[in-house]
Design a protein around this ligand. Structure first.
Ligand SMILES: CC(C)(COP(=O)(O)OP(=O)(O)OC[C@H]1O[C@@H](n2cnc3c(N)ncnc32)[C@H](O)[C@@H]1OP(=O)(O)O)[C@@H](O)C(=O)NCCC(=O)NCCS
Length: 190
């Protein structure tokens, strides 16, 4: 198993952007950007405080995770992912380390709920559950729409269409992934 100190986990910077894209190209099927979840990311900055790279001691990228804001029936949520681990490093626990880092940081920043589209058998071990009544843009298999509570009961009564959260100030006005330090995120304890 990968120990926490085997890799340096740090926030992604602009210098990492294309390397991370290449990692996603390697780990996902061709045409990944045609997935419906990407339509929710179009023209919306990622949550910079929740994007991490994991590099080994030689600086080689081993894994990465990005997260975006979305709205579900008007309520804010994190759309977790993509998360990827280089094929030669899979099965060592790095995916779990990246997931837990993102979930813990999201909690610390005041977020209430997380969702993703993925394999329940993998994500249930983190505490994800199937979401009823949360509707992704088509085509999405509803059985793959999963949720996670960062605060107790955060998904109770939260249903509806998943839409882009362009107004979320994920990076705050004037800030980009290229620089600056995003301010603490607005809370969504609604
Ligand atoms: C999914 C992924 C990030 C997991 O990273 P990882 O470092 O290998 O994960 P971990 O080492 O923490 O966990 C490995 C375990 O998860 C299981 N697992 C991995 N992907 C799985 C899936 N899609 N469904 C069910 N189980 C899965 C492995 O079989 C392994 O099980 P074991 O512990 O019983 O041997 C990595 O396999 C990957 O990059 N996959 C391609 C991209 C992808 O599908 N990303 C997720 C969708 S956003």
């Amino acid at each position: 198993m990968a120990r926490q100190d085997t890799y340096d986990l740090v926030e992604e910077t602009s210098a990492d952007w294309w390397e991370v894209e290449a990692m996603y190209d390697l780990c996902f099927a061709p045409g990944r950007t045609a997935l419906s979840s990407y339509r929710l990311r179009d023209d919306v900055p990622p949550l910079a405080k929740l994007c991490f790279t994991a590099r080994d001691k030689d600086g080689i990228l081993a894994g990465c995770i990005r997260n975006w804001p979305v709205r579900v029936g008007g309520r804010l949520a994190i759309l977790l992912g993509p998360v990827a681990v280089h094929p030669t490093r899979q099965g060592e626990g790095l995916g779990a380390i990246l997931m837990r880092r993102a979930l813990n940081r999201a909690h610390d920043l005041g977020w209430s709920r997380v969702m993703l589209v993925g394999d329940y058998p993998y994500y249930r071990k983190f505490g994800f559950f199937r979401l009823d009544g949360v509707v992704m843009p088509p085509p999405t298999n509803p059985d793959r729409v999963l949720g996670y509570d960062l605060s107790p009961g955060a998904w109770i009564g939260v249903t509806g269409q998943v839409t882009k959260a362009e107004d979320c100030n994920a990076l705050w006005p004037g800030e980009t992934l290229e620089g600056g330090s995003p301010k603490p995120h607005q809370t969504d304890r609604m």
